[in-house]
Ligand binder design. Structure first.
Ligand SMILES: NC(=O)c1ccc[n+]([C@@H]2O[C@H](COP(=O)([O-])OP(=O)(O)OC[C@H]3O[C@@H](n4cnc5c(N)ncnc54)[C@H](O)[C@@H]3O)[C@@H](O)[C@H]2O)c1
Length: 283
């Protein structure tokens, strides 16, 4: 049975930790006595989130600037943290963006941005941390994918494609990493109540005229939004138990099961279900 001591005195880096899931994970880890580095492209947000958590022993929580699309920056942060603390126990590759809209309206810029942040960002983390963890003979890489990484995701096609990539990377790496004592898990959240659901596409990308409201669409298709703090507890429990795939909340496992039993059923009924959901989500 895992217990809170699993994280006591451990060193963790979390990307995308200024907001939402990353911030909730940071809080849950800090409460369990871990040293946590909150890394985010939003430096002020990462520092503010770290300050808010810094009620514990000084120096345990810090916020730093990091753009996960910058491989060198990721490598240098990971090396620095491992060197400063003598080890790196957890890397949570969590930073991500949502890009929605029909494929007919996505430009190459939409595809590239989604791939750069959601997929290359995770690859950069793995390339930086895995050799260090192999040398240590231990460590746990935890990648945030999505339920969209397990199911077809119309209107979120580029996003779902990158998240399928993260699931595949994580599963294959887990099988290789085991012989080095390194663990790998992938988190596949359903709909989580974070700012991501209301942000819309990155504002510097060309506007998409038929982009549905993500919160309304996903809630309609998958179920009500789950609190990020509850997700963080589920994730830390799943990581301590070394679960390969952590799908949460529980009701998000239903569509995943249906898809595994009958992909055809979901793919064939999908367009009708989606049209209805998009209409009611105002897309
Ligand atoms: N919220 C959901 O319903 C949901 C569902 C499934 C998966 N996810 C995934 O969970 C992860 C976290 O999402 P969230 O819901 O907390 O979103 P969020 O928008 O609240 O937080 C994402 C964070 O990532 C940061 N970020 C974006 N681009 C970055 C970059 N290039 N480098 C570093 N940081 C960057 C943002 O500044 C932000 O702080 C993402 O990978 C997302 O795809 C979220």
């Amino acid at each position: 049975m895992p217990d809170d001591t699993h994280y006591q005195g451990r060193v963790a880096i979390i990307t995308g930790a200024a907001s939402g899931i990353g911030k909730a994970l940071a809080g849950a880890l800090a409460r369990r006595g871990a040293t946590v580095v909150l890394a985010d492209i939003d430096e002020a947000g990462a520092k503010a989130a770290a300050d808010a958590l810094a009620a514990g022993p000084p120096g345990r929580v810090s916020g730093v600037a990091l753009d996960v699309t910058d491989a060198e920056a990721v490598a240098s942060l990971v090396e620095r943290v491992a060197q400063d603390h003598g080890h790196l126990d957890f890397l949570f590759n969590n930073a991500g963006i949502a890009v929605a809209g029909p494929v007919s309206e996505l430009t190459l810029a939409h595809w590239n941005r989604t791939i750069d942040v959601n997929l290359r960002g995770v690859v950069h983390g793995v390339v930086a941390a895995y050799p260090i963890m192999i040398r240590q003979g231990r460590g746990h890489i935890v990648n945030t994918a999505s339920l969209a990484g397990l199911l077809p995701s119309p209107m979120l096609t580029a996003y779902g494609m990158t998240k399928h990539g993260v699931v595949s990377l994580s599963e294959s790496l887990r099988m290789e990493a085991a012989e080095h004592g390194v663990r790998v898990s992938v988190v596949c959240p359903g709909v989580i109540d974070t700012p991501l659901l209301d942000k819309g596409n990155p504002p510097d990308l060309p506007p998409v005229t038929h982009a549905p409201n993500a919160r309304a669409l996903l809630t309609k298709m998958i179920g009500r939004a789950y609190p990020a703090a509850s997700l963080a507890e589920d994730v830390l429990d799943g990581v301590a138990r070394n679960r390969p795939i952590i799908v949460t909340p529980r009701h998000a496992r239903i569509p995943w099961r249906i898809y595994r039993i009958s992909p055809r059923l979901m793919i064939e009924s999908g367009p009708r279900v989606m049209r209805r959901a998009v209409r009611s989500a105002g897309g």
